[in-house]
Design a protein around this ligand. Structure first.
Ligand SMILES: [Zn+2]
Length: 97
């Protein structure tokens, strides 16, 4: 099953909002459909959900907080790794000499 990178970048742009359930239903369905065919994105979402859960544990505020500063930075870093292909190619290892 081919990985549609073009789709992924769009999807990833929406993911943080998707996790906060702030997206319109149609967009959520679009993301769900993409996730159904794209294992790399599923893994990514799982790690994001973990991040969000941790964030909410650390900050038990009265109102449900959106992604915290640190979580957003993690998301952005992971997103950039994904865009440069490193996320999809974990076997790319450079040995020190
Ligand atoms: Zn994808």
């Amino acid at each position: 099953m081919a990985h549609k990178c073009g789709n992924c970048t769009e999807i990833f742009g929406m993911l943080s909002e998707y996790l906060d359930l702030e997206l319109p239903l149609a967009m959520c369905q679009e993301i769900d459909e993409h996730l159904a065919t794209c294992p790399p994105c599923v893994d990514f979402v799982k790690s994001l959900r973990k991040t969000v859960d941790l964030c909410r544990q650390y900050e038990p505020s009265e109102t449900p907080a959106p992604l915290g500063e640190a979580a957003r930075r993690d998301l952005l870093a992971a997103y950039r790794r994904m865009l440069t292909g490193e996320f999809a190619k974990p076997e790319k290892i450079e040995l020190p000499r």
